[in-house]
Ligand binder design. Sequence first.
Ligand SMILES: [Zn+2]
Ligand SMILES: [Zn+2]
Length: 254
Amino acid sequence: MDPLKARLWFKFREPVNWAASIAVFAVLFFVLEWALPFWVAFGVALAASFCLHFFYLDHRAIRIKCPYGRCREIIETNTPWICGHKGCKNDNADEFPFIYKCEHCGNQPKAYKCHHCGELIFFTEDEQKTGYAECANYVLKAAVVKKREGHQEMMTNKREVIESKGLDVEIGKLDMRLKGINRTLNPPPPPQAEPKPRMPAPDDELAAFLRQTTGDEDAAEKQRKIVREKYKDDPAECEKQLRLIDEWVTSRLK
Ligand SMILES: [Zn+2]
Ligand SMILES: [Zn+2]
């Protein structure tokens, strides 16, 4: 059946089924009445049309054909489906097929994603591509495949990290070895000894000593003159001061 007519056919199916069942009853009753008693013919015709209606016509799924050239597969509209509006799962697809409406939220899907080729089969001419219905099993299988793919991607990422870190460790080891080789080939220069302080030459040392001694003696002589002048009336104190000056000059020579 043409998908664009499927919705309309679903609406008329119920009265058409009833009309067909009643017609079958009438014809059968009319025929049977010739050979059987009235009530028997009535009962048989009623039972036959009852079975026809409730066990066959009422359960007969509307079949639509995927319109895409490379697919052309038949899809039974009583396939359990997932509502594209709120994600409701419709298991009661005999009463609520995807060409009718969602049993839970009342949404009327405008398209069904073919579970053979994955293309959208539209039920209206506006060809709305959102909120379409999908086969429940197809969605579940797709979810499992997606989960498995996600796991594989995570494992691949982890393997790449391990590989990268392993390479870093190898690089570190090689760096250490390279440093060892460089140290062996180019040993660092031995530490240089502190230069010894240069000893002054004996002549210079003696000259410095004489300069100091002469200086000391000049200062002492100057001080002696001052002391003699200052203590000319006190010979004992004068003697004591002169002795102290001599002691100073002697201590400077040590
Ligand atoms: Zn829904
Ligand atoms: Zn298809």
